[in-house]
Design a protein around this ligand. Structure first.
Ligand code: COA
Ligand code: MG
Length: 277
């Protein structure tokens, strides 16, 4: 089993060189340099140039680029630049079917965004495409198209959020939760992270430096959780050594899947501690 933390994945607008530089110093598990929604049409070319330059720098973690979508005037130039410059993965906006992802014939990890109704309905096929590393929810676009109203617990989006988790997990891919727009509301952000984690997301896409550590904490493993996982594994190993098929830990049933979960928890804890940051 090999796990990697994707607790915080920071979007950085491609037309903000200062923010791009700052992103390198933050402890985000990954960074997405954005050429799409965060960049106005008249800045697309300059942004592509900035991103190309940034791809040549050393980054502490995976560096992804969100290219402009299919059918836009910039899609080819964006993809070509990112691939030639050695990107760690491409974020593909508004993906609605598996065939178009296949047809791109790209050899880098792909991160389709699920941000339209059709994308949600076809998320399982999209997640199944080889080369897809994970799915990212785009809640702003989705809310717009669905005509939902804002809701503190994201009730109108719950079905879509769970559908994305289900699709990604069904194929061993990484589900990443949507952004939280109000960068001056840390409490609201933390609540939404907790909800995302509870739903099964591996981490959250974030838009501001202040959100990075909060997401790392919300989706991370505490030392106490790591201790618990170690204790459960010890009980499990003891039980297995005695030839038992199941065990109990603190009065609760422990089976192989609980031991696997504890193992994964420990790996995530290790990686987040020893990682590049
Ligand atoms: N990545 C890296 N650095 C960022 C950043 C980001 N996403 N957002 C802000 N910063 C930096 C700023 O450059 C500034 O750095 P400085 O103090 O060295 O100049 C510092 O963080 C403080 O920024 P602040 O003034 O609080 O932000 P703001 O009010 O100017 O901007 C947003 C707020 C939301 C517009 C801005 O954070 C942003 O553009 N976020 C990304 C949006 C995006 O990528 N959208 C597409 C995906 S949904
Ligand atoms: Mg979008």
């Amino acid at each position: 089993m090999s796990v990697k933390p994707w607790r915080s994945v920071l979007y950085v607008p491609g037309d903000k060189p200062r923010a791009i530089e700052k992103a390198r110093t933050l402890r985000a598990d990954a960074v997405i340099l954005d050429l799409e929604d965060a960049v106005a049409p008249e800045h697309k070319d300059a942004a592509r140039g900035n991103v190309k330059a940034a791809l040549a720098w050393r980054w502490p973690g995976p560096l992804l680029v969100r290219v402009n979508g299919l059918g836009t005037p910039w899609e080819h130039a964006d993809r070509e630049m990112a691939l030639l410059a050695g990107v760690d993965g491409l974020v593909l906006p508004k993906v609605e079917d598996a065939a178009t992802v296949h047809a791109l014939h790209l050899r880098v990890p792909l991160w389709p965004m699920i941000e339209t109704p059709l994308g949600v309905l076809r998320a399982p096929e999209i997640a199944a495409v080889p080369g897809v590393a994970g799915l990212i929810v785009g809640a702003n676009d989705l809310a717009r198209v669905l005509r939902t109203r804002p809701h503190p617990e994201r009730l109108p989006l719950l079905h879509a959020l769970s559908a994305v988790v289900l699709a990604a997990r069904a194929h061993g891919k990484v589900p990443l939760d949507a952004v939280f727009n109000d960068v001056r509301d840390p409490q609201g952000f933390i609540r939404e992270c907790e909800q995302g984690r509870t739903l099964g997301f591996a981490g959250k896409t974030v838009i501001h430096p202040d959100q990075v550590e909060l997401a790392n904490t919300a989706f991370g493993v505490t030392d106490a959780e790591a201790d618990e996982a170690r204790a459960l594994l010890a009980v499990w190993e003891q039980a297995r050594a005695e030839g038992k098929s199941v065990a109990t830990y603190r009065g609760a049933l422990v089976e192989q899947m609980h031991a696997d979960a504890a193992q994964e928890t420990l790996e995530l804890w290790e990686k987040a501690r020893s990682g590049p940051y």
